[in-house]
Design a protein around this ligand. Structure first.
Ligand code: HEM
Length: 406
């Protein structure tokens, strides 16, 4: 392992006050001066921080960087819990263990499969907008729209009753928060498994038309059934991964677009640009704010840097997405940016499995929310919004909005 005993700069660093959409200014200095450089992480160990776009991609596609054992502690002071590496925790597995689960899930997330869900998603969004318009304003758009849509969609996909959302919202919020302890994390993990297990058994006895049932049936048919433990864990991972992320991306994009009225006007004037607008907001906001952590399994040369076996390495996707070696004017929002090979969904074998689903949800939200509520605006000063700094996924805690009634 590299001896990192020198006086190191801290990681992660705070965002610049009053720049809620930008990653910390220090990343630009690192990209220019020290693109792969060690940093002092708050608890337990130090890590290399990789900040340039091309290096981030090179690192994430290199199987010698392992995803196993991912202490949350690298990310924020005070977070002293680790995610358990269990056989169904897809994001932390390597090699064939990971490949087996990925292959079992991939059919559920193809463009074709996700497009079949588009009408359901459109309908869910329209119904929620109808409800917003019929109800009182101001209203918290995070709870009543941004969180509700992905939650409904992931429940529909998995075959989990939406009526139980309070239970899994509470548990997934714990599982993505940094300021809880190991016991609270383990309890939440167990409670989610206990909630899903009876559902799984019911589907095993009588499969329905949902992801969990289809995986049970496919496993029986292809002679490689996944165990109950693995399937329940995969379902938990999807519940966690599938709604907090998209919810925060919806809410934060809404704030960023409302504060960039010229760009929003372009989207309203031409909703056909929604697909490129979505890619741009994913790039610009990079909600996986603290980056992706890996562990070197052997000595590796990354760029000009020699990383030793056992070293921890963080790929800063927020920094890579603002690298002007790759993107022109990366700090500007350009909803019609012609090519946008951003890193918001990661890269390499763990690249987000749910990305097509997230895209369709976001595209439909972008088109429908801003055209059906053309006078939508924040109900508080932007400076008074509270941002989630202490969570793996960046966003706003509440999003009070209002509009002119007809
Ligand atoms: C993986 C971001 C939505 C399921 C990832 C990774 C990122 C990411 C950065 C890579 C993690 C790593 O390499 O360590 C996002 C963002 C989303 C989003 C920004 C929304 C805007 C979703 C949705 C689902 C989902 C809707 C499921 C329904 C997954 C899964 C993985 C993953 C299962 C692990 C894949 C693997 O390890 O092979 N996501 N995600 N995500 N995401 Fe997403």
């Amino acid at each position: 392992m590299t001896d990192m005993t020198a006086d190191l700069p801290a990681f992660p660093v705070e965002r610049t006050p009053n720049c809620p959409f930008d990653p910390p200014a220090e990343y630009a200095q690192r990209r220019d001066n020290d693109p792969i450089a060690p940093a002092a992480c708050p608890v337990g160990f130090d890590a290399w921080v990789v900040t340039r776009y091309e290096d981030v991609r090179a690192m994430l596609r290199d199987p010698r960087f392992s995803s196993r054992a991912m202490p949350a502690a690298h990310i924020m002071p005070g977070a002293d819990w680790d995610m358990p590496v269990t056989p169904g925790n897809i994001v932390q597995l390597d090699g064939e263990e990971h490949g087996r689960l990925r292959r079992a899930l991939i059919a559920e997330f193809t463009v074709r499969r996700v497009e079949q869900m588009r009408p359901y998603i459109q309908n869910a969004i329209d119904e929620h907008i109808d409800r917003l318009l019929a109800g009182p304003a101001p209203v918290d758009l995070y709870e009543h729209f941004a969180l509700a849509i992905p939650s409904l969609v992931i429940c529909e996909l998995l075959g989990v009753p939406y009526e139980d959302r309070d239970t899994f919202h509470r548990l997934t919020a714990i599982l993505t928060a940094l300021d809880s302890d190991q016991q609270t994390q383990d309890d939440a993990f167990m409670q989610l498994a206990e909630y899903l297990f009876p559902l799984f058994r019911a589907k095993e006895a009588s499969p329905g038309n949902d992801l969990i049932s289809r995986m049970i049936v496919r496993g029986r048919e292809n002679g490689d059934p996944l165990s109950a433990e693995i399937l329940v864990e995969l379902a938990s991972s999807l519940l966690v991964a599938g709604h907090e992320t998209t919810a925060n991306q919806i809410a934060l994009s809404t704030v960023a677009l409302l504060s960039n009225p010229e760009q929003l006007a372009k989207l309203r004037a031409n909703p056909d640009i929604a697909p490129s607008a979505v890619e741009e907001m994913l790039r610009y906001l990079s909600i996986a704010q603290y980056g992706l952590l890996r562990h070197a399994t052997e000595d590796i040369e990354l760029g000009d840097t020699k990383i030793k076996a056992g070293d921890w390495v963080v790929a800063s996707i927020a920094s890579g997405n603002r690298d002007d070696r790759f993107f022109s004017d990366p700090d500007e929002i350009d909803l019609e940016r012609p090519t946008n090979r951003h890193l918001a969904f990661g890269f390499g074998i763990h690249q987000c499995l749910g990305q097509q689903l997230a895209r369709v949800e976001l595209q439909e939200v972008f088109v429908r929310l801003f055209t059906r509520i053309p006078t939508l605006r924040l109900a508080v000063d932007e400076d008074d919004l509270v941002f989630n700094h202490r969570t793996l996924v960046y966003g706003v805690k509440k999003l009070p909005v209002t509009w002119e009634s007809e």
